[in-house]
Design a protein around this ligand. Structure first.
Ligand code: GLY
Length: 306
């Protein structure tokens, strides 16, 4: 078996022998550039059937769908992406969280093997939808591997993969083997569902991260693992640290981030980002079942041939 380039927590800052060509060259030129988004509608079964870390207030389905419609409209109308909208499947209560079932980078899509067995069939509709985008579709078909897209932070230079309740070492190895141009490093997720439950990219070389202890520990490890000095932007709320960054023609830096009504202190932090198109997005209902902003779309950069 080919040994993938993968690093775990280093004992020193000089962690990688296998630094790749792209890592040396710097930030991927296409970082943040997207043309398409795949989303999926919310099934009514989400209310009672979606997985959740803790019990609490019930999801208001009508409100959840309204928020999701607004999210999709932002991608389609405000940002001009071509949106591929998959129908809900009532037998798959978590199916709106499309990010977990595929990783797309460059011309390649890796269909994952989600950590929760109840979510594995979500991959089927995604695989079908991606066929029209002329991607090389790979599948994680090793029964010992698990990986949720929510555990994968792509910085444009490298991948960080959270080892969590949903993602294991074998899943990270298959990701490294699939995207060979990039270095892949693993990071333990010490709280929350996924790595991106408390951090995400807010721009080129800018990681937004919550001030919580698990988040700060993960950030420290990522900084130790990397040869690159990322800057960080700290917000007080875990859920607010999950944002969507894009760099779009005619719009420049775009950030979809938490609504001030939900996380006022975190929202103030984003307001400091000058030269950004800042778009607050309400996500109060999907948050109840651990669904953050990135979870609800797969963003893809494709210039399709006619
Ligand atoms: N409810 C999202 C998940 O647990 O995967």
């Amino acid at each position: 078996m080919h040994a993938p380039k993968i690093s775990a927590i280093p004992s020193t800052n000089k962690n990688r022998a296998g630094v790749t060509k792209l890592n040396m060259a710097g930030l991927s030129a296409s970082f943040g550039k997207f043309t398409h988004a795949v989303v999926r509608a919310i099934p009514a079964s989400l209310v009672q059937g979606a997985l959740r870390m803790s019990s609490g207030a019930e999801v208001d389905l009508t409100h959840a769908r309204r928020e999701h419609d607004q999210y999709v409209a932002t991608l389609r109308h405000t940002l001009g992406l071509q949106v591929i909208e998959l129908p809900a499947d009532e037998s798959l209560p978590d199916c709106v969280f499309v990010e977990d079932v595929v990783l797309v980078c460059g011309d390649t899509a890796l269909i994952t093997r989600p950590g929760a067995a109840s979510r594995r069939k979500e991959t089927e509709a995604m695989k079908e939808a991606l066929k029209d985008l002329e991607l090389n579709i790979e599948e994680m078909d090793d029964d010992s591997a698990t990986l949720d897209g929510g555990d994968v932070l792509f910085t444009g230079r490298e991948f960080f993969v959270g080892l969590s309740k949903r993602t294991n070492q074998r899943g990270a190895e298959i990701l490294a083997d699939t995207f060979k141009d990039y270095t892949v490093s693993t990071v333990p997720v010490l709280g929350g569902l996924h790595l991106k439950s408390f951090c995400s990219m807010a721009g080129p070389d800018l990681i937004v991260v919550s001030s919580s202890e698990p988040a700060q520990k993960a950030l420290k490890i990522m900084q130790q693992m990397s040869d690159h000095g990322y800057e960080s932007l700290t917000v007080p709320d875990d859920a607010a640290a999950n944002c969507i960054y894009m760099n779009l023609p005619d719009k420049g830096h775009v950030l979809l981030h938490c609504a001030p009504e939900e996380y006022p202190e975190s929202a103030k932090v984003f307001e400091q980002l000058k030269d950004y198109m800042l778009i607050p997005i309400s996500n109060s209902e999907k948050t109840k079942v651990d669904g953050a902003l990135t979870c609800c779309s797969v963003l893809i950069n494709r210039k399709l041939k006619n």
